[in-house]
Design a protein around this ligand. Structure first.
Ligand code: FMN
Length: 369
């Protein structure tokens, strides 16, 4: 039986409990991607609040993959010092932190990337602007950017790296037949569509060394139940993503966080009852069938009862939380002391409305004290 507060491990990284802070774009960086002091303060609060592992908000590996304003960067050595200040704040509070590294591809805001790239030419309702198919030279350059970003993460002191392979960003775009319509060796069948991920894993391991923990957040289905139509009906399917999961260990990865959906559809709204929680649990079960790697489940985990049920059933080894830890960064400590449920009502009012705001819980029901 796996208790929420029992230790676990991710590759060579030991974690004190089973609660993970899922990557959350904090919007606390300046125009060059340097984290503002607020980020270190937030991470210190999370680490002091008892979370087993913090996964950073997505960090852009290349200016051409900067998804939105105020995103934190990891695209240049000049950022290592500022990133290490953030890491040091976590370690000083006794916590652990992984860097989530990402390239937005087609899903970059027009404010940050006026001419975005993608596996192939794409125009879609859910995209702000059309994107252009990449040349092979551009693909190889982006793979090198991931490798350098992972090397910088290690140099800055991050305990692990997570590749963002979910929510419609570039790795997901290569895997999905909706966005990858290439006919060369980077597209076509699933083996071709997986090549970008495989080569990133290999380059990242060469850059960080074989023992450094590298894991992935994988979107296992593109089309999910949502109020907002993305129009991605013929995207990545569960059958194909199971085949991807089956390959992750051979790619040298040490764990998988299971998610789904494109963009914000991964953050389902109005989670009020236990039946609404853990809405990607079926995907975790599908992953479990084909891998021995540790599995993290994200999406709607709110009550201790459901979190423990997920762990005890063996569907996942870790539970990963985003919005509840925006609302209450010390939720793990509160739960250890007897609080049964997160105060988060999943109204998605935590996204910033104005520059310099950063993520914050703006729901009036936020619990106090
Ligand atoms: C404000 C906000 C920012 C997010 N930023 C990221 C991100 O940078 N990387 C990522 O993989 N997911 C991101 N997500 C998705 C969450 O990590 C998570 O998968 C999703 O919200 C479901 O978990 P929850 O129900 O615990 O919120 C973000 C979600 C929110 C609400």
């Amino acid at each position: 039986m796996t208790d929420l507060f029992s230790p676990g491990s991710l590759g060579r990284l030991s974690l004190p409990n089973r609660i993970v802070r899922s990557a959350t774009a904090e919007r606390m960086a300046d125009d060059e991607g340097r984290p503002r002091p607020a980020l270190a303060q937030l991470y210190q609060a999370l680490a002091s609040g008892g979370v087993g592992l913090i996964i950073s908000g997505h960090l852009y590996v290349d200016p051409g993959g900067k998804c939105h304003p105020e995103m934190t960067g990891i695209y240049d050595d000049k950022l290592i010092g500022d990133l290490s200040t953030v890491v040091d704040a976590v370690h000083a509070a006794g916590g652990r932190v992984a860097a989530q590294i990402n390239h937005g591809g087609a899903q970059c805001s027009s404010e940050t990337v006026p001419e975005p790239v993608a596996p192939s030419d794409i125009t879609a309702d859910y995209l702000q602007q059309p994107a252009r198919g990449m040349t092979e030279a551009e693909i190889l350059q982006v793979i090198r950017a991931y490798a350098h970003a992972a090397r910088r993460a290690r140099q800055a002191g991050f305990d692990a790296v997570q590749l963002h392979g979910a929510h419609g960003y570039l790795i997901n775009q290569f895997l999905s037949p909706f966005t990858n319509r290439r006919s060369d060796s980077w597209g076509g069948d699933l083996t071709g569509r997986m090549r970008f991920l495989r080569e990133i894993c290999s380059a990242v391991q060469d850059a960080t060394g074989p023992d450094y923990p590298v894991f992935i957040k994988l979107g296992m289905v593109d089309a999910v139940r949502t109020a907002v139509a993305t129009g991605v009906e013929d995207g990545l399917t569960l059958e194909e993503s199971q085949s991807v999961v089956a390959e992750l260990e051979s790619m040298g990865l040490c764990g998988v966080e299971v998610s789904g959906g494109i963009g914000n559809t991964s953050s389902r709204m109005r989670i009020r009852n236990p039946e609404d929680e853990a809405y990607f649990r079926d995907l975790a079960r599908a992953a479990r069938e084909v891998t021995r790697l540790p599995i993290m489940l994200v999406g709607g985990l709110r009550s201790r009862q459901v979190m423990e049920d997920v762990l005890e059933s063996g569907d996942a080894d870790f539970v990963s939380l985003c919005r509840p830890l925006i609302s209450e960064p010390d939720l793990p400590r509160r739960m250890e002391a007897g609080q049964e449920r997160s105060a988060c009502i999943s109204a998605n009012r935590c996204w910033p409305q104005a520059p310099n705001e950063g993520i914050a819980c703006r729901c009036t029901v936020q619990r106090s004290g």
